[in-house]
Design a binder for this molecule. Structure first.
Ligand code: SF4
Length: 493
């Protein structure tokens, strides 16, 4: 996962790009909660600030006023390569012999070992252990007139998933890998008016007036919700294999560095992206509601109530209830301040997270036969605890319905399920999973059901964690190598 955002504002607009980027990032907090950061250019120098923690803690109102400039990128992290330490927070910044660049990366590279060999013939040193740090070092050293030319030269050697926001002194740049595994869209802020946020009122006082002209600002965001929060209108997605260049006072430029072979992560539509975002021209709320309808057709069950596992199971539960005619009720209340269970980095935290974040409404569930709708089962422990919670609260029956197919295979493109043995469906049958989670019945939506809900062809997406058909070949030694760049140099071979 990870969330990335970039802002290029017209010179002298009076609005700081750092403020716009931080505000945009705020809408992407769900994509990564381990660290956050910001890099800014004032046209002469690049400045960086990053730290471990949530966005509101790292980029708070005491720190933001010190960032000045018309160009900024921002990032929130969910780790897929390297530990959760300060050095691995992003953006990364490199002052290379040829250029100074900062990068925010959503995705995961699969030829990290090969790229490491390219860094000063394998003798280069990195200050951190992420694939993004490596990519930044390579870009800072790559020959070329400017950053765009260097990217056109470097990117064909980079493999894996990467949606990037890049900052140099004069521009921000958006890039997607040729498969476009992770989303990235372009927005336009009509006339960034000179509204300087009042001290102490940063989030509320940024005002943007809708007037056409050369004072337009341009932004890049992982999701369309990032555009909404800064008042930008959606222009289009950065296309797979495309480089988009955004400079103050100029119309955006586009360079294609590779042929597009689209394979957007279907899990973005099922679960990861926010329901109020749009992907592939689809409202994700609507897509998920239709997945729930399909689920009711594929796995009907006679119960008293349909309820979601909040919050992400809600649209599919609504669709299931509508299609089945069973009343919809909320039977679990979520504490919104403990984060998303799946994306916390260690098993210990994950375990604690479930009991911290969900509480049953006993009056609703007592004595009832329940259909409980969620959007995924990864390791099974979360679902097991939810079923136990509901039984303790007096549920008569608990039938679990999942609005995605079983996850059989690890992801190497930016989701931290890199070890197959962590995936319950990889080692247990559906009946064994049902027994493990303690449900009365269990049903998963099929791949055909997902496609029917999306009304889009299979070929547009990556379904690899469901069917093992990886769009980008994954070298054998990449498996389980989250900490590849933390091994001693001699051990890398
Ligand atoms: S393997 Fe699964 S989670 Fe990873 S990109 Fe493909 S569909 Fe998404």
């Amino acid at each position: 996962m990870c969330g990335v955002f970039g802002a290029a504002l017209p010179r002298g607009s009076g609005t700081e790009a750092a403020h716009v980027a931080a505000l945009g990032l705020f809408a992407l907090q769900h994509r990564g909660q381990e660290s956050a950061g910001l890099a800014v250019s004032d046209g002469a120098e690049l400045f960086l600030y990053k730290d471990l923690g949530m966005i509101s803690t790292v980029l708070d109102e005491r720190r933001l006023p010190s960032f000045h400039g018309d160009l900024a990128i921002a990032h929130c992290r969910y780790s897929t390569t390297g530990s959760t330490v300060w050095e691995n927070a992003q953006p990364t910044l490199r002052l290379g012999p040829r250029r100074a660049v900062a990068i925010g990366h959503n995705g995961n590279l699969v030829n990290t070992r090969e790229l490491l060999g390219m860094l000063h013939g394998g003798r280069g040193r990195l200050p951190a252990s992420t694939d993004t740090e490596l990519l930044t070092a390579l870009l800072a050293d790559e020959p070329g007139e400017d950053t765009v030319e260097a990217l056109v030269s470097l990117l064909p050697r980079v493999r894996g998933a990467f949606s990037l926001v890049i900052l140099d002194r004069d521009r921000i740049i958006g890039v997607r890998d040729p498969h476009g595994f992770r989303p990235l869209c372009i927005g336009r802020i009509p006339d960034v008016s000179a509204q300087v946020p009042a001290p102490g009122g940063l989030w509320g006082d940024l005002e943007i007036e809708p007037v056409d002209g050369p004072r337009d600002g341009w932004v890049l965001s992982s999701e369309t919700t990032g555009l909404d929060i800064v008042g930008a209108e959606y222009v289009r997605d950065v296309e797979p294999g495309e480089i988009v260049v955004l400079e103050p006072g100029r119309a955006p430029r586009s360079v294609r560095y590779a042929r597009a072979t689209p394979a957007l992560c279907v899990f973005e539509l099922i679960y990861f992206a926010r329901p109020d975002s749009y992907l592939e021209g689809r409202s994700l709320y609507e897509a998920r509601r239709r997945m729930g309808e399909q689920l009711a057709i594929e796995h009907p069950v006679e119960t008293d109530l349909v309820m979601p596992v909040p919050d992400t199971g809600a649209p599919a539960a609504a669709g299931y209830a509508e299609a089945s005619g069973i009343p919809y009720r909320e039977g679990l209340v979520r504490n919104r301040y403990t984060g998303r269970t799946f994306i916390q980095p260690s098993q210990t935290l994950r375990h604690r997270g479930v009991t911290l974040k969900l509480n049953p409404l006993r009056e609703v569930v007592r004595g009832k036969r329940l259909t409980v709708v969620d959007d995924s089962i990864v390791r099974g422990t979360t679902t097991q605890q939810i079923v136990a919670l509901l039984r303790r609260a007096g549920a008569a029956e608990v039938h679990v319905r999942i609005s995605a197919p079983p996850i059989y295979h690890p992801c190497f493109y930016g989701i931290d399920t890199q070890v197959e043995t962590e995936l319950i469906a990889a080692t247990k049958s559906v009946e064994e999973i049902r027994q493990f989670i303690g449900a009365d019945s269990l049903g998963y939506l099929s791949i055909q059901g997902v496609l029917a809900a999306l009304e889009l062809p299979y070929e547009r997406f990556c379904f690899a964690c469901f069917d093992g058909r990886y769009p980008e070949p994954v070298p054998y030694d990449v498996e389980a190598r989250k900490f590849l760049l933390e091994e001693p140099v001699a051990a890398r071979g």
